[in-house]
Design a protein around this ligand. Structure first.
Ligand code: GCO
Ligand code: MG
Length: 434
């Protein structure tokens, strides 16, 4: 890792149980075909946190002077585990291989551990995968969306995020979004007295969650917002899995009159078996999938059309190579894509999402995160929205760069910033899913 010299990084390496004298065997198995000799020369991992969450970015160096590729390997909650997977397992395996063999390298790396998959290993793989697409674009002098078949639209419509402690605070944020030209806004509002997902807390000590209070409260808020902005904005909402399936059905039915673009994650991935019934019970479009990391699970939800929008954290699936296949699967089934695009996807990852948005007929909507000035300086070329939509870059590759010096000014944050995910409890004391 280029600068994970934080206490957290040192501790991880300090705890590594490897016998002294261990020297990795770095002989790379060659591919059984000829290539032009442009090879992977090494992999660097950068962990930086300009917006308070760890972003994991991979730089693949090549044997061509000045030719490098950047990839996003962000699984923020386990960032240092991903960095270790990249440095310890992936780098020795692929160094020396041709930069051209993206699909073969994906499969070689995926199968090399025998047990495969999971968000840590997939994120590591995604870092490599995106960087190789970036390199392929740079070698061809073309943006990645051209390599995927060329554009099928001019810009990608995006949704912005608004949240508030009450409907008035939320409305203030919606005003800002409308002023910036957004036509789609995801709204989260605090349910009084509870620890609501995605909305400013009235009292940070509150960690209790009351699903009934939420189901009673939210429809009234949405009704107020639609009465005020319905002619200009279509709203979205993220349940963030905080409901049992029956309660999810109650909520979705109550939201039917308000014409939401979608409601996200009405149930948890553990309740995937309920999705068909939830879907049958309501006309509200459902978005689902940011927590899945296995293509098998996506086949199971897209194949039978259990979702209207497939959400996918592209790094958790292993990068553009598998995600582009998922876009194809979605297209064939009339399902739309809404790649996961929160603050814990790096600007390099957002650029990859955008490349697929521009080139895929299955595109539904782009989740946009407004990065800070610091993040945009670290990552020159970060996608920006204009009038609620994002235009793709014409630069070869993914079009995003990395300034190491600026990145070093924002070292990794402690893993404890993520502990809140398992701190929310219901009134009876039981842990609530995030
Ligand atoms: C979304 C999400 C995120 C996640 C975050 C977890 O739809 O954008 O649910 O905000 O909570 O990515 O790390
Ligand atoms: Mg979500």
């Amino acid at each position: 890792m280029s600068h994970a010299t934080t206490p957290a990084g040192d501790a991880v390496h300090g705890r590594r149980r490897i016998a002294p004298g261990y020297v990795p065997d770095e002989r790379t198995a060659p591919a059984p075909w000829d290539d032009d000799g442009v090879r992977i020369a090494g992999i660097e991992v950068v962990v930086t946190a300009p917006d308070g969450v760890n972003l994991v970015v991979v730089r693949v160096r090549t044997t061509v002077d000045g030719l490098v590729g950047l990839g996003c390997a962000t699984f923020t909650q386990r960032a240092l585990a991903v960095a270790t997977a990249l440095e310890t397992y992936l780098a020795p395996l692929v160094t020396g291989r041709s930069v051209h063999d993206i699909t073969d390298l994906w499969h070689t790396a995926n199968l090399s551990g025998y047990w495969r998959g999971g968000p840590v290993l997939h994120s590591a793989l995604a870092g490599l995968d995106l960087a190789l697409w970036d390199i392929k674009g740079k070698l061809a002098g073309q943006p990645v969306w051209q390599l995927l078949g060329g554009r099928v639209r001019t810009v990608a419509d995006a949704y912005a995020h608004a949240s508030g402690r009450d409907v008035e605070e939320l409305a203030d944020q919606i005003e800002d979004c409308v002023e910036a030209g957004y036509r789609y806004v995801r709204c989260q509002v605090t349910v009084p007295g509870t620890s609501t997902y995605g909305a400013a807390q009235q009292d940070r000590r509150h960690t209790s969650w009351d699903p009934d209070a939420y189901v009673r409260f939210l429809p009234g808020v949405v009704e107020t917002l639609v009465a005020r902005y319905g002619d200009r904005v279509r709203f979205l909402h993220d349940v963030h899995e905080r409901l049992a399936p029956r309660d999810a059905i109650r909520l979705l039915r109550a939201l039917e009159p308000y014409d939401l673009l979608f409601v996200e994650d009405p149930v948890a991935p553990e309740d995937l078996g309920w999705l068909a019934e939830v879907r049958r019970s309501t006309t509200v479009p459902i978005a689902f999938g940011e927590l899945l990391s296995s293509m098998r699970d996506y086949v199971d939800i897209v194949g039978p059309r259990l979702v209207d929008y497939v959400r996918c954290h592209v790094s958790a699936l292993g990068g553009i190579t598998p995600a582009w296949r998922l876009a194809g699967l979605a297209e064939l089934h009339g399902v739309r894509t809404a790649w996961h695009g929160p603050r814990d996807v790096s600007p390099v990852g957002h650029a990859a999402n955008l490349a697929m948005d521009i080139a895929s007929p299955a595109f539904g909507i782009h989740e946009h995160f407004e990065f800070s000035d610091a993040a945009r300086e670290i990552f020159p070329g970060t996608p920006v929205s204009v009038d609620g939509a994002i235009a793709p870059s014409d630069a070869p590759g993914l079009g995003v760069d990395l300034d190491d010096t600026r990145a070093r000014e924002y070292p990794p944050v402690s893993p404890s910033v993520n502990w809140h995910y398992s701190r929310v409890r219901r009134r009876d004391g039981a842990v609530q899913r995030p």
